[in-house]
Design a protein around this ligand. Structure first.
Ligand SMILES: C[S@@+](CC[C@H](N)C(=O)[O-])C[C@H]1O[C@@H](n2cnc3c(N)ncnc32)[C@H](O)[C@@H]1O
Length: 174
């Protein structure tokens, strides 16, 4: 069944086998096995390390980078491309492994990323972005703690693997 993609775009970048209806699902390795065990069959192929990305300025309302940004050679450049492609009010959702999660140090990751890097409104690198929401996915000791914020503090302070991954939702304002 073909996937109808509406405008403005919703871009699921580095989609793997997480194919979302109504989104443009993009990856660069079709035919490989995704994390759910299904074959990766993107709507469009693009290597996100190649910039500029092939979508016009202000053309998207949503961009999802779910466990993808940490694979890219230049995540700052990728963030700038996402900001360019998103229309004002558009939202960028990033999900990435928490640094104390051993899988964050996989060989195919270019670096580890901490959510705090993305939780500053008007950050000097990305002044157009404001934080709409954030959360962490708690595991092990993290599940015993009363809130995401406290779990983040405990895991940061004591170097514990109590958080699997983090999510931030950012909005473009210009
Ligand atoms: C850990 S998987 C996550 C897949 C999917 N987003 C999910 O949450 O199930 C990382 C995905 O990013 C894709 N990816 C990595 N580097 C990429 C690049 N330079 N351009 C496009 N896709 C890339 C991989 O092919 C892979 O499908």
């Amino acid at each position: 069944m073909s996937n109808r993609v509406a405008s403005p775009l919703k871009l699921n970048l580095g989609c793997g086998d997480d194919i979302k209806q109504g989104w443009l699902n993009v990856d660069y390795r079709p035919g490989e096995m995704g994390v759910r065990g299904d074959v990766v069959e993107p709507d469009e192929m693009h290597d996100l390390n190649e910039t500029p990305w092939p979508w016009p300025d202000d053309s998207a309302e949503r961009i999802l980078l779910d466990n993808v940004l940490e694979h890219l050679v230049d995540p700052v450049e990728a963030m700038k491309e996402a900001i360019r492609v998103l229309a004002p009010g558009g939202r960028l959702e990033i999900v990435a492994p928490y640094p104390n999660n051993p899988s964050s140090a996989r060989l195919d990751h270019t670096r580890q990323m901490h959510p705090v890097e993305f939780l500053k409104d008007g950050d000097w690198l990305f002044p157009e972005l404001s934080v709409v929401d954030w959360s962490v996915s708690r595991v092990r000791v993290g599940r015993l703690l009363p809130s995401d914020r406290f779990a983040l503090w405990v895991c940061d302070t004591f170097g514990l693997f109590g958080i699997d991954s983090w999510t931030v939702v950012l909005e473009v304002q210009r």
